[in-house]
Design a protein around this ligand. Structure first.
Ligand code: FAD
Ligand code: UDP
Length: 394
């Protein structure tokens, strides 16, 4: 393996691999460095002991309204179009979710309730807040306090380790609500899983890149020995700068895989829907049974159960940036440092510290590629140590 590259890319998630493929297609020599023992980042999936697919780092429901992203990814995968369905388990029963007319019929104990009844309920219950300042206000302003208490209050504080008041409105606004009977989790035009799993998609993407790959390697171990024109960094932004301004908050998740026989169940499944959310006192937030959407037929099934925890650098992995007042000032300070860090592109959910979905990540990587091609890094190999910033703070 050479030690001279046009681009060194830190992280083999969607951001890193899309850029590797695009840059490779233009003849640029790339090295991808990944500290885990596999490519695909948090979207990685694999099969369990019974040959059933599961998502190793939590459910990854691909959906998009972007024709560009769909067309691009379709070069590396066929699709299995699906509808993602979730329910909430609380007060000893399963509820239709996200909030829709079916939920209201359960709440009002009236199976005949109409859309106008539900709209009347909303008109009476919604709290008039013109510009919600946080996630609690965002939900109060859309469906009111009763539904907030039932579905959002407990789940959000369990998931984030903070109350909804401490989070940007955008966090809970990810969940749409509607006044008709519509139990889809998302409304995006295209909702599908890669037909042969994300791992196959990533294998094809990586093969097409022609890049070199170093797995199980922290980039800081080998960067001093490499020569390259430009660094693409997709890891945590505060870690890149040696936490010089302090640690940004992230949430991590502990995932428990449970493989079980379904021989004695009525319909071959362990739970009534793909995903069950638990806003109550259970120590976990949700359980996912992927078999509901893979179409796999088996006498077995599996559940992945999620336990949300606070991230500790060096102890577990950061999964979710925490959007809110607590991180707002600190992330701006780190972003200012990135501007000065010429020779490095910061991209991805951790490097940009943004709660981004896969399609947004792929779209951003395609856009970044266009920018890099329009204004290529200055010719001449840079001294790599310059890129391992250790900013001195007075
Ligand atoms: P990542 O996938 O995080 O990749 C970054 C890579 O960099 C990692 O593999 C990491 O190991 C590596 N790395 C970090 N530091 C170093 C280092 N020092 N040296 C070497 N390598 C390093 N999106 C959806 O669209 N739909 C969903 O349903 C969905 N569900 C999600 C559920 C969970 C629990 C989580 C956490 C995310 C979910 N997402 C979902 C978001 C999705 O995971 C991200 O959009 C996507 O993975 C971001 O890709 P990325 O390349 O930016 O980052
Ligand atoms: N949420 C909630 N109750 C639910 C589902 C979601 O309160 O039953 C809130 C919670 O704060 C969560 C956010 O809405 O973090 C976004 O939910 P989503 O399902 O998009 O979470 P993700 O899949 O990104 O973990």
């Amino acid at each position: 393996m050479s030690n001279t590259y046009d681009y060194v890319i830190v992280g083999a998630g969607f951001s890193g691999l899309v850029l590797a493929e695009r840059l490779g297609s233009k003849g640029h020599r790339c090295l991808v460095i990944e500290k885990r023992d596999h490519i695909g980042g948090n979207c990685h999936d694999r099969t369990d002991r019974n040959g059933l697919l599961y998502h190793v780092y939590g459910p990854h429901y691909f959906r998009t309204n972007s024709e560009q992203v769909r067309t691009y990814l379709s070069r590396f995968t066929e699709w299995r179009e699906v509808q993602y369905r979730a329910q909430v388990f609380t007060r000893n029963r399963f509820w239709s979710f996200p909030v829709n007319l079916a939920t209201y019929r359960q709440l009002s104990d009236n199976a005949q309730a109409t859309e106008s009844d539900f709209k009347r309920y909303l008109a009476e219950n919604v709290v008039p807040i013109a510009s919600p300042a946080n996630s609690k206000e965002a939900i109060l302003a859309s469906v009111g306090e009763e539904l907030y208490d039932l579905f959002f209050k407990g789940y959000t504080s369990k998931q984030w380790g903070r109350p909804a008041e401490a989070l940007d409105p955008s966090v809970c606004r990810r969940i749409p609500w509607r006044s008709t009977v519509d139990e889809r989790y998302f409304l995006d035009e295209f909702q599908a899983l890669p037909k042969h799993g994300y791992h196959t998609l990533f294998d094809r993407l990586f093969d097409a890149s022609g890049a070199d790959l170093r797995l199980e390697t922290d980039y800081r171990e080998i960067l001093p020995y490499l020569r390259f024109r430009h660094l693409i960094y997709t890891g945590p932004i505060d870690e890149y700068f040696g936490h010089c301004y302090g640690h940004l908050p992230y949430r991590t998740v502990r995932f428990e895989l449970e493989e079980r026989s379904v021989r004695h169940t009525a319909n071959g499944f362990l739970q009534p829907a793909l995903q069950i959310n638990y806003p109550g006192s259970e120590p976990f937030t949700r359980t996912v049974e992927l078999k509901h959407i893979t179409g796999q037929v088996s006498a077995y099934s599996n559940l992945v159960r999620e336990f949300s925890e606070e991230y500790r650098a060096g102890k577990n992995d950061p999964y979710y940036p925490v959007p809110g007042q607590e991180s707002a000032a600190l992330i701006e300070r780190y972003r200012e440092l990135t501007v000065r860090e010429t020779g490095v592109t910061f991209i991805g959910r951790l490097a940009q510290y943004r709660y981004l979905n896969m399609d947004q990540i792929v779209g951003a990587a395609l856009h970044t590629f266009d920018k890099l091609e329009a204004a290529p890094p200055t010719p001449g190999l840079v001294t790599p140590m310059r890129n391992i910033a250790r900013v001195q703070v007075a």
